[in-house]
Write a protein that binds this ligand. Structure first.
Ligand code: ZN
Ligand code: ZN
Ligand code: ZN
Length: 111
């Protein structure tokens, strides 16, 4: 019985779709729609448009900008991303230090 409850909780936790870290993250991943993330465009920094290659940081949006379903809007054009989940990236310049921890929309600290 107890095992069953644990199993149920595990399913519940994974279905919330926010990656579970040691401390609950205070941000949403910044997403791109199909048009903005298509092909190699996903590898362009969402801030300065520079090619990120394999060295990149994951872009974030704060809980205000991502509240309810707003986290599903493309951070570039604002379009609904739907089932396309292209995670927006930052180049090493824009993400260096802790700069990747700022919301790419409003600039607020996400932690
Ligand atoms: Zn950049
Ligand atoms: Zn877009
Ligand atoms: Zn924000």
């Amino acid at each position: 019985m107890f095992k069953k409850i644990l199993f149920f909780l595990a399913i519940l936790a994974t279905s919330v779709c926010i990656p579970t870290e040691a401390s609950a993250p205070n941000y949403y991943p910044a997403l791109l729609c199909v048009s903005c993330g298509f092909g190699n465009k996903i590898q362009n920094c969402v801030k300065c448009d520079k090619w990120t290659g394999s060295n990149y940081y994951n872009a974030r949006i704060c809980t205000n900008c991502g509240f309810s379903s707003k986290s599903q809007n493309c951070v570039k054009c604002g379009k609904w991303v739907g089932s396309a989940r292209y995670e927006a990236r930052l180049c090493t310049t824009c993400g260096f230090g802790h700069k990747d921890e700022y919301c790419v929309k409003c600039g607020k600290w996400t932690r």
